[in-house]
Design a protein around this ligand. Structure first.
Ligand code: ADP
Length: 409
């Protein structure tokens, strides 16, 4: 049987198909520009001997439902799913689960309604995720669907970590609080770190750093998230590709007065025109590293700011946890950018956090251990696999549901 993982955006659908018995990846793809005059579908089928067959097709696709039908209409020689009966379940990435969802759930009308009610907290993401769920339910009517939430892993945070120092009534009435995101990735790398260290996750304290286009840090005590840097929205915390992260909350009011900028433009500025891009004009870390090497001062400043903010969070979360077994880097930057890992840990020797240059520069497949020999804290780079984590959680939910119904899987 197969498990399909779907990440639905407002005009795109990303998917990955897994074999449910061993979670090997059979295919992945992206349908983009849904609703425009021409949509593009890129599909990759992975052969058993490591071969990849890529197919690119273009057509007009009006909406997500048509999109799934179009994806299913792949020529038989490259399709991985020829019959929906082969699908054990579909796992959907849902960005905001609010306080309603502490773990993944089987999707029914009530779950859909709750995700809809959470739209004010995630106005860009939840409607797009719902489009994908609704379309998948139409196209695969008999197939169980599971929602896996980016926020769920962080629901274990204590109130002193998730309540903002605003009037408490704003939390009670308007749900204003820290939720945190990237939960699937933080959990995946935490589990991988535990397997690598050879201890149960429930024995370990970790600081995990997901550094992609978005970026967040998490403090994990005995396997549970106790604090994270993203807040009510993914704008808070670390410096990101285009998002500012932590900011004096008075700055947007000041900018409104000083520039007369409309609120919508200001929101776009903080989300899309700030962070690394705001400082040096570029948000791609590979390019910034090259620019900095060429001596461009604003690229150097962007790097400095980026790593300084991460270092501050490592220090803060060390204080939160008291004892740290490992610091874990992941996401496109955390996994691949050795100079960033080195800079973020520079000067943290007193905390037992070190980086060995030789180890840090090595190629690796899944986990790279980079602390100096004998250092008390492990420093790891781990490749995240959010889709795989969603696939595993989907199967776990389906097995639990079957057990609840008294069926053997
Ligand atoms: P997303 O958050 O969109 O999933 P990724 O996790 O793929 O993004 O991270 C994208 C970032 O990773 C980009 O800034 C990219 O430049 C950076 N990146 C990828 N590979 C490298 C590399 N080898 N060295 C430095 N940065 C890299």
């Amino acid at each position: 049987m197969k498990v399909v993982v779907i990440n639905s955006g407002s005009s795109s659908v990303k998917y990955e198909v897994f074999e449910s018995s061993d979670f090997s990846v059979l295919s992945s793809g992206l349908l983009e520009r849904i609703g425009e005059s021409e949509s593009q579908h890129t599909h990759r089928a992975y052969g058993p001997s490591g071969t990849t067959k890529e197919t690119v097709r273009r057509a007009r696709v009006a909406n997500h439902e048509e999109g799934f039908r179009f994806i299913l209409s792949m020529p038989a020689n490259s399709a991985v799913i020829t019959n929906p009966a082969e699908i054990l379940g579909i796992g959907h990435r849902v960005v905001h689960g609010g306080e309603a969802f502490q773990e993944p759930v089987l999707i029914d009308e009530k779950v859909m309604e709750t995700i809809r009610e959470l739209i004010p907290l995630a106005p860009l993401h939840n409607p797009a995720n719902l489009l994908g769920i609704e379309a998948a339910r139409q196209v695969f009517p008999g197939v169980p669907q599971v929602a896996v939430f980016d926020t769920a892993f962080h629901q274990s945070m204590p109130p002193h970590a998730f309540i903002y120092a605003l009037p408490y009534s704003l939390y009670a009435l308007h749900h204003v609080r820290r939720y945190g995101f990237h939960g699937t990735s933080h959990l995946w790398v935490a589990k991988k770190a535990a397997a690598h260290i050879g201890k149960p996750l429930t024995f370990l304290n970790l600081i995990t750093l997901h550094l992609g286009n978005g970026a967040s840090a998490a403090a994990i005590r005995q396997g549970r998230s106790v604090d994270t840097s993203m807040g009510m929205t993914p704008l808070e915390g670390l410096v990101m590709g285009t998002r500012c992260g932590d900011l004096d909350p008075a700055v947007p009011f000041y900018l409104r007065r000083a520039t007369k900028m409309p609120e919508r433009d200001l929101e776009a500025l903080l989300n899309k025109g700030s962070g690394l891009k705001g400082i040096c004009g570029v948000n791609d870390m590979r390019e910034i590293l090259q620019m900095a090497n060429r001596g461009e001062p604003l690229a150097q400043l962007a790097l400095e700011l980026y790593c300084y903010r991460i270092k501050k969070y490592i220090g803060a979360y060390f204080a939160v946890l008291g004892r740290v077994d490992a610091v874990v880097f992941t996401g496109g930057i955390g996994e691949n950018a050795a100079p960033i890992r080195k800079r973020c840990c520079h000067g943290l020797e007193a905390l037992g956090i070190t980086v060995d240059d030789g180890k840090n520069e090595k190629d690796y497949v899944e986990v790279l251990e980079i602390q100096r020999d004998g250092a008390p804290v492990k420093v790891l780079a781990i490749r995240t696999k959010e889709e795989r984590e969603i696939a595993e959680q989907t199967v776990a939910v389906l097995l639990r549901a079957q057990e609840g119904e008294g069926k053997t899987p």
